[in-house]
Design a protein around this ligand. Structure first.
Ligand code: HAM
Length: 424
């Protein structure tokens, strides 16, 4: 087997230092903020029965038709690696419907779509998503949109745009589909092959086709809201009015339809100019989903974390900026100092100080190199002299100063670095 056989599958990757620092920063900020919005985490399996997605997302959607990793296990079960989070989360909540009627949950984890890998399109990507259960209310939708914007701002992202539209109430769907078919059937030959298929199965999806010829036809259509019951327009107006009161900038896009069939009423996307062709950071909306005898209404969104990181990078954030170095590196000259440093390291760690040392018996010079590379603010050096005197050489890496200290001062400086700096 060549060495390529041991690489991850194209479109999937290992995530390690330094990139992992940026991931952990995003996750930490998100968990904190979601607690403030009263959301709790839910972790559902990565593998689900195909039926969970097929009916929820819609049999005619691109995700179900072309993008699911689907296989039969040894027991003949029809299984899918989850392509998104909403269906699994609602399946879970439907199983505990008594307590779930006002659930507010979030999830964070890998999703899988067997797409052709290209910039911004991965086969394994990570979503941070939220779902808030409850009947359709403009305030409920606006709150989740505001949360989404708040989160992007907390991560330090700028220049993104929130666009919204409505899919109308369930009763509007057939009317909109009929109107679209009536107008676009005459143009059948000008549509791209995908949209010719969509014309029967899912005409709404033609509205967000990226092909130039389809775009021209779509641009000539009236906004879909014209074919909806006025109540759908009023609902969207209210969502937009609330967002304005919350000072959340939002742009109406009458061609925004989203690629999944479970949506009703409000849908939205957030785009960022630093992303190129796949510029959607995030997508969300209001939906209704049924599992067995339970039907649940909710509103939510999911953000592609790879895309969020790419957008942050496009504005100059580097993953390495978030690396967390140990507080101190212990350097030993001689076996006795090494043995004592092991004990010191354990006791510092138990006091909450992040601490490291070489365990391979490297030279003093090599140990100092490791300490330097780690980016730690302090180095403690112990040799024969220090062992005899019961002292430590404490080096402050920022200015290169070094002085002999005894144990109480060492502990004080490392456990309370800010207070120690003020005393100096
Ligand atoms: P979605 O628009 O399919 O919605 O995906 C949400 C986000 O996931 C996208 O905006 C994008 O950032 C990211 N994403 C999707 N596919 C890929 C890919 N192949 N590579 C990298 N990133 C990708 C949903 O999944 C819905 N479940 C959102 C939702 C939650 N609606 C209501 N609740």
């Amino acid at each position: 087997m060549g060495s390529d056989s041991f690489q991850p599958i194209q479109g999937m990757s290992d995530i390690a230092a330094p990139d992992i620092y940026a991931w952990q920063r995003l996750e930490g900020i998100a968990r904190d903020l979601l607690r403030r919005y009263a959301f709790t985490e839910v972790r559902t399996p990565v593998l689900e029965r195909a039926a969970v997605f097929e009916r929820s997302l819609g049999v005619a959607t691109d995700v179900v038709q072309k993008e699911m990793y689907r296989f039969q296990d040894r027991g003949g079960r029809d299984l899918v690696l989850r392509p998104e989070g909403t269906a699994g989360v609602i399946r879970h909540l439907c199983g505990r419907a008594q307590e779930a009627h006002d659930a507010r949950v979030y999830y964070l984890g890998p999703m899988f779509r067997s797409e052709r890998p290209q910039a911004g399109r991965r086969r394994q990507f990570h979503q941070l998503g939220v779902e808030a259960i409850g009947a359709p209310r403009p305030a409920a939708d606006a709150e989740i949109m505001a949360l989404q914007v708040d989160l992007l701002r907390a991560w330090g992202l700028e220049g993104f745009q929130l666009q919204c539209n409505t899919r109308g109430a369930p009763g509007d769907h057939e009317r909109v589909a009929t109107e679209l078919r009536a107008r676009l059937t005459a143009q059948h030959d000008a549509l791209c092959p995908d949209c010719r298929r969509r014309l029967q199965a899912n005409p709404l999806r033609i509205l967000d086709c990226k092909q130039e010829t389809c775009r021209e036809l779509v641009d000539a259509l009236p906004p879909v809201t014209e074919w909806m019951d006025p109540a759908a327009r009023t609902y969207l107006d209210e969502v937009v009015a609330i967002l304005e009161r919350l000072e959340i900038p939002v742009v109406r896009n009458p061609q925004l339809v989203r690629g999944l069939d479970y949506y009703v009423h409000t849908v939205w996307e957030i785009t960022h100019p630093g992303l190129g062709a796949q510029d959607a950071l995030s997508g969300g909306g209001r939906y209704t989903l049924t599992f067995g005898k339970q039907t649940m209404a909710g509103v939510g969104f999911a953000m592609g974390l790879e895309r969020v990181l790419a957008a942050l990078q496009s504005q100059g954030q580097q993953a390495a900026d978030w690396a967390e170095a140990p507080q101190v590196w212990l350097v030993a000259q001689g076996q006795a100092a090494f043995d004592e440093n092991l004990v010191l390291m354990q006791s510092l760690r138990m006091r909450g100080v992040a601490c490291a040392m070489d365990l391979q018996g490297r030279s003093l010079k090599a140990q100092m190199r490791m300490a330097n590379r780690s980016g730690c603010p302090y180095v403690v050096v112990r040799g024969d002299t220090e062992m005899e005197q019961g002292t430590f050489q404490l080096k402050h890496m920022a200015d290169g100063t070094q002085r002999a200290v005894e144990m109480p001062e060492l502990i004080n400086t490392l456990c309370h670095p800010l207070a120690a700096a003020e005393q100096e």
